[in-house]
Design a protein around this ligand. Structure first.
Ligand code: IPD
Ligand code: CA
Length: 278
């Protein structure tokens, strides 16, 4: 059974091997050429492929059968029984930060029984610059560097620090919907690696994170969603409905994640109001 495997130990090895591959890029990243378009629809950079190869190699060395669902190389099957488990990965989330020398990027790995986000049972999001790793095993809570994490209990927007992805894409459509949200929120941030930003909600560093674009892929969020859920945070689509994503590099999502149901409701109300007035 793939659930009996020590995934935390495998995650540790993946993390070390990815870091070894990108070590030389940390201080002065050389210009990155583009190697075509990845399965998720964005250009692939050499650093993305190096990280993907490091993860795949680490798992293959353990003779496991699995189906890989990657933002870069798409869906690939390994071993005799590839339906044993599904590994949904974003080798580097925050590639733009990495190639600009900005210290905020991570790798994500989600392990699931079926290719759907509700079936993820083990997850890693690892901050490759600061040596901070978020992990979760279904039913066993979420951890940052092995220590249990819980989200913020702040329910007041005028004291809140909220992440908001406004990165390109449909911006004219989105601005009217977030007008009220920005006006009522004390602090707004976007660091540029959404999986890590969801983990910041999971550990209470921020109060919520909102991405209304419908641009982010399931591969970016599959691991972070389990970490958020296991920490005790709240996750819904912008209309308040639950989210269960097909795990496929082409599957896109929009979502709100929050530390607690009260602040989540406040956000949903503001976003809906914004929608009605636009
Ligand atoms: C990107 C980051 C960024 C978001 C982009 C994503 P990538 O991930 O998560 O914060 O605004 O939409 O594509 O491309 O570096 O894996
Ligand atoms: Ca990526």
């Amino acid at each position: 059974m793939s659930e009996d495997i020590d995934w935390l130990q495998i995650f540790k090895a993946c993390e070390e091997n990815v870091k070894a591959k990108i070590q030389h890029l940390k201080k002065s990243p050389p210009p990155q050429s583009e190697l075509g378009i990845g399965a998720g629809g964005d250009p692939i950079k050499p650093v993305d492929l190096a990280a993907e190869n490091a993860i795949v190699k680490t798992i293959r060395e353990r003779n496991l059968s699995f189906t890989l669902i990657s933002e870069e190389s798409g869906i690939r099957k390994f071993g005799n029984t590839p339906e044993d488990c599904y590994l949904t990965i974003d080798p580097i989330d925050g590639t733009t930060n990495l190639v600009h020398g900005l210290p905020f990027y991570c790798s994500s790995i989600a392990v699931s029984r079926k290719p759907s986000s509700s079936k993820v049972f083990a997850a890693l999001v690892t901050d490759l610059h600061h040596d901070i790793s978020y992990t979760a095993i279904e039913g066993k809570g979420a951890q940052r560097n092995g220590q249990r994490i819980t989200p913020s209990q702040n329910s007041t927007l005028n004291k809140a620090l909220i992440g908001l992805d406004l990165n390109t894409y449909k911006i004219k459509e989105i601005i009217p919907r977030i007008n009220n949200l920005i006006q009522h929120t004390k602090h707004i941030r976007h660091f540029g690696a959404n999986a890590l930003e969801i983990c910041y909600v999971a550990d209470g560093s921020t109060d919520a994170f909102v991405d209304l674009r419908g641009k982010l892929r399931a591969t970016d969020v599959a691991a972070a969603f389990l970490i958020l859920k296991e920490a005790g945070g709240t996750l819904t689509a912008p209309d308040g409905q639950p989210i269960d994503l097909k795990l496929d590099p082409k599957q896109k999502t929009k979502f709100i994640v929050s530390g607690n149901p009260k602040i989540h409701k406040a956000l949903l109300d503001l976003i809906t109001i914004g929608k009605q007035t636009c």
